[in-house]
Each structure stands twice: as structure tokens, then as C-alpha cells.
Write a protein that binds this ligand. Sequence first.
Ligand SMILES: [Zn+2]
Length: 258
Amino acid sequence: MKEIFASHEFLSEVTRRGEAAGFRPRILGTVSADTGTVPILSLSRKVPGLAPRILIAAGIHGDEPAGPHTILSLLEDFKEKWEELRRFHLEIVPLINPSGFDRRQRHDASGIDPNRAFGSPSPPQEIRYLMDDYRRRRIDLFIDLHEDVDTPGFYLYELAPDTATAFGPHIISALRSAGYPINQSPTIEGMAAIDGLILRTSRSTPRFFRQGAPQGLYMKRLGTRRTLTFESPPKLPLSERVDMQRLALRTVVERFAP
Ligand SMILES: [Zn+2]
């Protein structure tokens, strides 16, 4: 697997692979990074007729490279190996925080955590572009690819209509069967977790931060019924974390039938 840690190189590679896989690239706006002006890129691929719309986001924290690399990997074999995913309208934002990516830091170059800024009255530029774009149509399923430097194994956040139809237990089961470690702690990031899953259903109220919300909660507020946030463990090699994220993604898509 090719590993890329520079935003310009990443974005040109993801654009090339995206176009080869039938995606249309759009530039939502530009931000300043140490390496110059960098676009905030969105890739979209529509299918004929009515189909649910899936949005996959990555790279909102600059020091979590598995997400962007999962997008590169997904686009590389999209035509051969992702038949289920090809049935949906698909949008991908592959690198939300390029200025943080170039510095390999969580926050963007202005020192803000972009994943606490959604819905804020004065969000950083990259989040302003996304908020303007996300408001234009309804997303049915939102998936955000993250990593957590503190976690010994994979875990995820899920907002689902109810417990019975949650994807989380199936994702954990698939990852465990493949031999990957799961974070078994009963409390993760201050929230109750069961077997690697932090689940909230429609009945529970999302917790909002004073200055803005994480992306998943913001999407829920915009009407997205299902949101998932994957967290892989950076202690493992990058290629393994990408494989974990891919397997989690595949498990969801196979169950999210049109
Ligand atoms: Zn993160």
C-alpha cells in the first residue's frame, strides 16, 4: 500500500483514482496550509434512478491517516470489489483537514479542532464549506473515518433509529472474526460502551458542544437517520487499520440494502 502524508500529493492521487472509478470531483473551497493553498475536495458518483445517498468523510483530524488511506484503497478497487456500494449515490470527502494532515496534527493550522465546530456560528473555513454543501440535500447514511491514539482496539459511535437495527454489533462481530482487536472498555471517551459500540438511538438526545458539534451529530440534526464513526487503533500498522476500516465499511454497506 502506498502511504502518503502530504495533502497535495494525496489530493491529486485521490482525484486520479476517483475519476478512474467514475467519480466527479468538486472543489468546495480552498484553505491555507503550510504547503500552500489546498482545495477541500468532494467526490460524487450518482446511479440511475432513486437510491439512498451515502456520504463517507475522512481526514478531519490530521493525525489519523487511516481514514484518507481507506478512501485511496476503496477507490483503487471500487470497480472490482464494491458491488454493493455501487448501488448507491455515493459522496466522499477524502481529506477535510489538509492543513492538519500536512502537520500530522489533530487540529487544523489555525489551532481549531474541526470536529467540534459543526453548527458553530464561526466555524473554520473547511467546516464552513462542508456545512454549506451538506445542507443542500439529505444524506441517508453518513460514515466518518477516524482513529484514536488511546485505543487498544477498534470501536465505533453509532446514531441509529433503534437498537434492533443498529449496524454496530455486526461490524464488531466481523472485525473480531477477522482477528482484529476490539476496545472492550465499558467507558470510552467518557461514554458508556458495550463491546466496542457507543450507541445512541433517536430517542436519546445528542450531546452538543458549546462551540459546535462533531460531524456525526451535525448530520443527524440535518436529518440523516444513520451515522457511524469508526475509530481504529494507530498502534497497528497503517495497512491493517485500512483493512479494518474497509471491513467495517463493507459490513455496513452489505446490510444497508436499498
Ligand atoms: Zn478523529
